[in-house]
Write a protein that binds this ligand. Structure first.
Ligand code: SF4
Length: 373
């Protein structure tokens, strides 16, 4: 039986985000590592490799698909209640020891991460998304930047079918990859894991490219939301959270910031699970820094009104939530507060059509996807 590496090497095509350095090396620009890659070697992510002076990149498969409420991504200011059809590939450019998607993200590093790929095409994915009633197609589960060429091929098809598109990403980008995806992407979630470069180095990255990505996406006008998974003892000091929130508010006070609760996962089992009072403290720090929309996630019903969206002018309830479930929706057709008429930052539907699903589920007809062996 073929190894996972052999299987994946049969599902590649030449990439577009690279250039030659010299006879033996190419440089990849798909993520902030900007790896110089020697002939016959892969980059840090393990899924892009140099063969004969060409960079080969993943193509023609998914590590999995799932339908999620868009609130799970989480996007709270982009088509509330919409169904997000999510797909991912395999591999990641970081190696976070608490990764909640480690089975797909660490598939080529960790022999315990077993996730057989499924044969896929842009046409098949878009048709399946439409059949489920999805409004948004999302590249997630592994790091989408490292498979940007494949995501763009799918998003081109998705946009011509009227779907919105999104990345759920660690934000370790480059100017080149952000310009490359720009025409094809509507929403972007960055997982800002810390505001300390030493912490980022523990996870295999650097903070600089991530902060640059946040600034660039905001400049580009891509709808952006930020998530920070609050890990007790790792990234939750008042000082670090204060610096992080002040940075975001300095980019734009309208960027929604979600602080979410850690639970023990993968190799990080020392920290305690995050408590509701920790999320509430972080949210207070965000508001004091000037952020207008701060949310506390993962602990439904235990964080007061921090799951809800309030008007930043008159404080009226705009969207009431319980977990992923939308309980009340009070925006006008043009995305304004019904009480005071002020525009609310975000991407809103003309009409709230109710919620298709308030919990994740596997798409029906999934037999359309054939496991690659
Ligand atoms: S995607 Fe990032 S980690 Fe992978 S080869 Fe390119 S620069 Fe290196």
């Amino acid at each position: 039986m073929a190894s996972l590496r052999e299987v994946l090497n049969q599902h590649v095509r030449e990439g577009e985000l690279y250039e030659p350095i010299d006879r033996n090396r190419v440089r990849c620009y798909a993520c902030g590592h900007c790896c110089p890659i020697l002939e016959g070697q892969p980059g840090v992510c393990k899924v892009r490799y140099n063969e004969g002076g060409k960079l080969y990149v993943p193509w023609g498969y998914v590590g999995g698909v799932q339908c999620d409420p868009i609130e799970k991504k989480p996007f709270f200011h982009a088509y509330p209640g919409a169904l997000a059809y999510s797909f991912g590939m395999l591999g990641c450019d970081l190696h976070c020891s608490y990764c909640q998607n480690w089975v797909t993200s660490q598939a080529l590093r960790d022999p315990n991460a077993v996730s057989p790929p499924l044969q896929a095409s842009p046409d098949l994915l878009v048709k399946d998304a439409l059949r489920q009633g999805a409004k948004v197609l999302v590249s997630t589960y592994n790091e989408p930047l490292i498979t940007a060429e494949w995501a763009v091929a799918i998003f081109q098809e998705a946009k011509s079918a009227g779907l919105k598109t999104a990345f759920v990403s660690n934000g370790n980008g480059t100017p080149q990859v952000l310009e490359y995806i720009r025409p094809w992407i509507d929403f972007y979630k960055v997982d800002l894991k810390s505001f300390d470069d030493r912490h980022y180095r523990q996870l295999g990255g650097r903070i600089g490219p991530i902060l640059d990505t946040i600034r660039r996406l905001d400049d580009m006008g891509v709808w952006l939301e930020i998530v920070t998974l609050l890990i007790p003892g790792f990234n939750d000091s008042d000082d670090e959270l204060c610096r992080l929130a002040e940075f975001l508010a300095g980019v734009s006070r309208d960027i929604p910031w979600h602080v979410t609760a850690f639970h023990k996962d993968y190799k990080m089992s020392d920290p305690d699970d995050t408590k509701p009072e920790d999320l509430i403290r972080a949210a207070e720090i965000g508001k004091n820094a000037g952020l207008r929309f701060v949310y506390a996630g993962n602990l439904p019903g235990r964080v007061g009104t921090l799951e809800d969206t309030h008007c930043h002018h008159c404080a009226s309830m705009l969207v009431r939530r319980y977990g992923y479930f939308i309980e009340e929706y009070n925006l006008t057709a043009n995305g304004c507060c019904r009480d005071c008429g002020n525009a609310v930052p975000g991407r809103w539907p003309e009409r709230f059509e109710g919620q298709i699903a308030d919990r994740p589920f596997l798409p029906g007809h999934s037999s359309s996807f054939v496991t690659i062996r």
